[in-house]
Write a protein that binds this ligand. Structure first.
Ligand SMILES: Cc1cc2nc3c(=O)[nH]c(=O)nc-3n(C[C@H](O)[C@H](O)[C@H](O)COP(=O)(O)OP(=O)(O)OC[C@H]3O[C@@H](n4cnc5c(N)ncnc54)[C@H](O)[C@@H]3O)c2cc1C
Length: 446
């Protein structure tokens, strides 16, 4: 018999901007009363939705229920920058790269996830404005960033990966700004409108017999034979459960002191006027990751309602899984500074939305796909790259739970657990001072 009392529910700081750009969703349907199911998935982010999709493929006649604490797309899955990256992108390394063979297998795994997401986009009628494998550019603004890019290019060549070098003129033609001295284009990243993507997938799943209950936080999970998940409005009884709550795995009592809870932040401009778009120049749609992992991610999109620019930067360590509005206001200064430095030709453009969101990292950069207990499986810890890694871990958790073995699953099961955090990492001020120092060293890449 297992009895889990959930210690904390998700709180998402600031608006989910990408979701706000979309037409309002249908009213939420929280769980009401008691239902039984063959499968329960907890969490409707990338991992939970991929798990539900894979279950519906593997067990087409089974009843799959998903419980989500918030509205779909209001959590981290709907508030990220939308880079579904195929290549190694270890946020904790100096230049994203790692050991050659490990990086090749990671890339193959990410591509498996991207193919799965591509198929969902096709099956559920999501257009290129929602999901488009257009690639991305790793952009350098400094000599150091340029060296990172050159090292990265050598690493990619050793992996047998195609890439295109962009010089300052190419970067200016792409982005309209002369801020960047070089860029490394790779074609395999899918660029998504994250909120439209997860809402579209949830809608598609619902038409495939998967029931998704929003605003239905699981507050307790007990096993007496079957599992019973309790929510404020009712409960779900199921023999098998997949936990897809990323860092909130700690709130269910698992992997204490092994997961690092980090927030990152973004701001999105108001729509540019036609005149501002013209004075910026460059191409209408592009996405840049920073050559230094601590730097600023920038996207230009033609979102509903117009031409907008989104910047993302800063990482803060917040083991309580929550941040204050004051933090968003402080980080806003870094966003505005990054925006002004890159786009001096847009002096009047102000930010329309500012927000933050949770990441869950492990010190050894591993995700967790495991059996936790009889009939209880996990797909968590996406190391800040959950659009691809979350999708992969959701697929693999569903395969594990249904006894569908593969080399890919065996590799995931053979991965070590997240290593225990030393006391100095757990100490919030020390960890934040370290992050601040790394950001300072990133210089103009930030
Ligand atoms: C500003 C920002 C930019 C980012 N940019 C990128 C990017 O460009 N590319 C990339 O790959 N990643 C990016 N990320 C990270 C990415 O969003 C996450 O890694 C990803 O969302 C993790 O997916 P997940 O499904 O594992 O978890 P989540 O998306 O966090 O989903 C877990 C869900 O579980 C729900 N939940 C938690 N507890 C309960 C409970 N008790 N009951 C029911 N439901 C519960 C939550 O509400 C949540 O919706 C970014 C994140 C942020 C904040």
């Amino acid at each position: 018999m297992a009895a889990i009392k959930v210690s904390k529910l998700p709180v998402d700081p600031g608006p989910a901007a990408w979701n706000s750009l979309l037409p309002p969703a249908e009213p939420a349907r929280p769980l009401s009363g008691d239902v039984t199911a063959d499968w329960l998935v907890i969490g409707a982010g990338f991992a939970g939705l991929a798990a539900a999709r894979r279950l519906s493929q593997l067990c087409p006649t089974d009843r799959v229920v998903v419980l989500e604490a918030r509205r779909v797309a209001e959590g981290p899955a709907g508030r990220n920058s939308g880079f579904m990256i195929d290549l190694p992108h270890d946020l904790s390394s100096a230049d994203y790269g790692g050991a050659l063979e490990a990086d090749k297998s990671l890339t193959a795994d990410n591509r498996h996830a991207i193919r799965f997401a591509t198929q969902m986009a096709t099956d559920f009628g999501l257009g290129p404005d929602v999901f488009c494998q257009s690639g991305k550019v790793n952009a350098a603004a400094t000599d150091k960033g340029d060296r990172h890019n050159r090292d990265h290019a050598v690493h990619l060549s050793a992996m047998g990966e195609d890439h295109t070098w962009l010089d300052r003129t190419d970067m200016c033609a792409l982005t309209g700004t002369d801020y960047y001295c070089s860029g490394l284009y790779t074609a395999g990243t899918a660029m998504i409108q994250p909120a439209a993507f997860v809402r579209g997938v949830a809608r598609g799943l619902a038409s495939n017999r998967v029931q998704i209950f929003e605003n239905s936080p699981v507050t307790a999970l007990n096993r007496t034979g079957n599992w019973t998940a309790t929510t404020p409005g009712g409960s779900v009884i199921a023999p098998k459960v997949i936990l897809a709550v990323n860092g909130h795995l700690n709130s269910f009592g698992y992997l204490k002191n092994r997961l690092m809870h980090v927030f990152t932040y973004a701001s999105m401009t108001r729509p540019l006027t036609a005149q501002e778009s013209a004075s910026l120049g460059g191409q209408a749609v592009w996405g840049l990751t920073p050559a230094d992992p601590m730097g600023t991610t920038v996207r230009r999109v033609q979102a509903p309602g117009g031409d907008r620019i989104i910047v993302r930067n800063r990482f803060t360590f917040d083991p309580t899984l929550e941040v204050s509005d004051r933090r968003i206001a402080r980080v806003a200064r870094d966003h505005d500074r990054a925006f002004r430095a890159r786009f001096p030709m847009l002096p009047e453009v102000r930010m329309h939305y500012r927000w933050g969101g949770r990441l869950c990292l492990s010190r050894n950069n591993v995700s967790v796909v495991r059996v936790l207990d009889d009939g209880l499986y996990v797909a968590c810890c996406q190391n800040g790259l959950g659009t691809a890694r979350g999708t992969l871990s959701g697929i693999l958790a569903a395969e594990l739970a249904t006894g569908t073995r593969s080399e890919r699953l065996d590799r995931a099961l053979a991965a070590p657990d997240p290593i225990r955090l030393p006391p100095d990492v757990l100490a919030k001020p020390a960890a934040n001072a370290f992050l601040r120092w790394q950001e300072h060293k990133a210089g103009a890449e930030l």
